[in-house]
Design a binder for this molecule. Structure first.
Ligand code: GSH
Length: 244
């Protein structure tokens, strides 16, 4: 079958995984340029002429239709295969699928990214912000965990786009913030993740799940540590000073 379009993404991109999974379950053939170089090709005038935001994922249909934003692309690709039912069968199911995708993007994944940016020094480190991000993430994670305590899938009895999205973004979270201690209280979320990533059609797309033992922590850069210890007198010197 001729490809329905071209998807620009990179293998580790979680929203790209969702689009690829959507295409695989829907039987939609897509092309993925393997020569794409991130932070090089997306900055070229020819890419920006098609996708002015300059980001991936980005989609160009065989008919010339262009689209960016991961969720929008995933929905569009799902709409090319209506029989797969990934967008739901009723207005209520469509709305509920939207609800879970929006919750996991804005209240789980954003905090995975903010926490990673804080701990890696992209944002100047701030302990109260770190604590707040984890608390906010946990609130949404608990809502999702509770929902899954009586269900296999998010909406209805079969896989929908909600399951594909939640699994991709939880796969990122368990590799970053949702550590072993947090996961002991999230058996349903972990079970759901394993169910989705181990579907024979999806296994290769999601790849192995990397569970962190301890959530990402801030390690002050070496220079900062040295500067601090040079500025502060050692306890020994303090004692000597007092005695002298
Ligand atoms: N809101 C966008 C975010 C996409 C995004 O941030 N993509 C990153 C890669 S993960 C990107 O292309 N960055 C290139 C850049 O910042 O120039 C979506 O959900 O699709």
């Amino acid at each position: 079958m001729a490809p329905a379009g071209t998807l620009w993404t990179v293998p580790v991109q979680h929203s790209g995984k969702v689009i690829k999974a959507t295409a695989a379950l829907g039987g939609v053939t897509i092309e993925i340029p393997t020569s794409y170089e991130h932070f090089v090709d997306n900055e070229k005038p020819e890419f920006l002429a098609k996708f002015p935001h300059g980001k991936i994922p980005a989609w160009e249909g065989a008919d010339g239709f262009k689209l960016f934003e991961g969720v929008a692309i995933a929905r569009y690709v799902a709409s090319l295969a209506p029989n797969a039912g990934l967008l739901g069968h009723t207005s209520e199911e469509v709305a509920l699928i939207g609800q879970w995708i929006h919750l996991v993007e804005t209240e789980i994944d954003n905090y995975t990214n903010f926490t990673r940016d804080l701990c890696s020094g992209t944002i100047p480190y701030n302990k109260p912000a770190h604590t707040l991000f984890l608390e906010r993430q946990l609130r949404a994670v608990n809502t999702v965990e509770q929902h899954l305590s009586t269900r296999t899938f998010f909406v209805g009895e079969r896989i929908t786009l909600a399951d594909l999205y939640v699994a991709a973004l939880i796969q990122k979270a368990v590799a970053t913030t949702l550590d072993a201690a947090a996961r002991t209280k999230l058996p349903n979320l972990v079970r759901h993740l394993e169910t989705i990533v181990n579907q024979p059609t999806l296994k290769e797309i999601y790849g192995p799940v990397q569970y962190v033992e301890k959530g990402i922590q801030f390690t002050p850069p070496k220079k900062e540590k040295e500067a601090k210890s040079a500025a502060a007198p050692t306890p020994k010197a303090e004692v000597r000073g007092k005695g002298a």
